[in-house]
Design a protein around this ligand. Structure first.
Ligand code: SF4
Length: 233
């Protein structure tokens, strides 16, 4: 992408961050489809298909990004495959790391996720994400302000400086009641692990059930100092 295009996107993001500050999810996604045409992608960890269900109403053949780390629960892979069946027009973009889990184990030693989870996330999530996002003008995430204290100020539209594209968070302002109401009202797919108490689902070695009275992301890297993958930093 040329610097000119990057600067154009930055201006678009800065204007929209003001104009769409109070936008509904539907308004934010309609704007995204109108503004970026085919050059946007929806990120999903396949915990549920709420964001995807909203996005296909704006663009039925939208691209959906899944970080295929090699460490997912079988239920998460099953949810991804079910999404492809329920929404046949969309395209799942599986972003792969440079190495398989076995190759990483051989190069770095086993269980890197225990010894150095930041490096493991960099290799298996952040680098594949950045490589994929480089092909788009905007990405859409399901980050919500109520997810965790670190996410309390999430804007609807912002400039993603690190990745050099526009970032849209259409459901940033949604409460848990709105979110669960949308799932119930629209019969949206949900990863079966959610009903077992996994309220924020990532890679299997780094995901536990959320403890009662804690935020949804408390089960991620539980017992370790890490709280974020580095995807939204
Ligand atoms: Fe590795 Fe855990 Fe990060 Fe997945 S969440 S990439 S297993 S450290």
């Amino acid at each position: 992408m040329t610097t000119t295009r990057t600067e154009q996107l930055r201006v678009i993001a800065e204007q929209a961050s003001v104009e769409l500050a109070e936008a509904s999810a539907e308004e934010a996604l309609a704007w995204t489809a109108r503004t970026f045409g085919d050059s946007w992608i929806v990120a999903s960890n396949m915990q549920d298909a709420v964001l995807i269900d909203l996005a296909v109403k704006a663009k039925p053949d939208v691209d959906v990004l899944f970080l295929e780390t090699g460490y997912h629960f079988a239920e998460t892979i099953g949810t991804r495959d079910a999404v492809a069946t329920v929404y046949p027009e969309l395209t799942i973009v599986n972003a792969l790391p440079d190495t398989t889990v076995a190759e990483q184990d051989a190069a770095e030693g086993p269980r890197l996720y225990e010894r150095d989870p930041d490096r493991c996330c960099a290799l298996r999530k952040v680098i594949p994400l950045q490589r994929t996002l480089a092909k788009y003008d905007a990405w859409v995430t399901g980050v919500r302000r109520v997810d965790a204290p670190t996410r309390a100020n999430t804007p609807i539209v912002t400039w993603d400086e690190r990745n050099g594209l526009v970032k849209v968070n259409p459901i940033a302002a949604w409460s848990d009641e709105e979110f669960n109401g949308y799932i119930a009202d629209h019969g949206v797919l949900e990863n079966p692990l959610v009903s077992e108490g996994y309220l924020s689902i990532g890679c299997a070695p780094c995901t536990a059930k959320a403890l009662p009275g804690t935020d949804a992301r408390s089960g991620r890297w539980a017992g370790r100092s890490k709280t974020e993958c580095g995807l939204h930093g």
